[in-house]
Design a protein around this ligand. Sequence first.
Ligand code: ZN
Length: 336
Amino acid sequence: MGSHASYRFLDLAGSPREVGEVLGRLSPPFRRPPWWPPAPDREFAEACRRLVGRWHPSLLEEYEGYAAAQGLDPASLWQQVCRTSLRARSFACSAVAWRDREGRMWIGRNYDFMPIQRIRDLVRLRPPEGFASIGMMGSVPGGRYDGVNEAGLFVSLHAVMADEPPPRPGIPFHLIPRILLERCRSAEEAVEALLRMPHILPLNFLVADPRCGYAVEVHPMAVAVRELQGDVLAVTNHYEHHRTRPLQGRRDLRFSMRRKERLERWIEAGGGEPRERLREALSDHEAPLCGHRPGFTTLWSAIAALHGRSIEYAFGPPCRTPFCSFPWPGDPSPHG
Ligand SMILES: [Zn+2]
């Protein structure tokens, strides 16, 4: 599989319906990813749809546009994107928020998965209401795995291996970062939203803005928040808070813990220019943070300077893929 052929940069604006139609036209026919568990029944999906309608109704209009462009039944499309289990064998994604000596907030992030994930779109979006954002969309239309908004809020999503109680309706997990990016001005607002939102699956989030950063450990039974301690806060794929930790049972968390420690230590100990320090940390092959195995491939990497309104993505493992700068969300696009 050619690893570069599947990355795209989409710069979109317009009504939610128009954006959905454009995405639907530009995307291959929607297929439920083969590694997903079966879709929930219609009643469950409809309950999730009502919840999303309460949190971010424009997303539902976008889905209608997407379904129309692809000739799909909107209810059936929606049912397909409501994922009720991670069925996690192994997951890896690492991110760090770091306040440097000058008090500037930096972000480093690797998204790791299997190369089978074919949709890897960087979407820059200016909606008519809510904040403009830029971030990565994967298998789920309209979803985001990470990104930053025009107010300087960064969000990343991390799967967690933990007990999964019988599913209750909530916000489908790919849509959570998208909702936070479009509706929250600050990391505090994002934390508050994550505490109130109904969750279906075990997840970690890193949320940060130019002033502060938090790790939010989300589980359908409990949500816990860790703050930036000192100047570095790393998030991988396990819970650390005493309230969420027991929900992981006796799973082997060593790989996730190793990545978190390595990332924190590298940033704390390293010298030199901040951006380069982050790039080197994300390229580490010892923990490793940078994945080159079939079940653990770093599909993209991001470095952001939240204070300086800059965002760069590498469309591949950061050790050998150049980072490219993209226009800050909400700023005039060089493409017009
Ligand atoms: Zn590498």
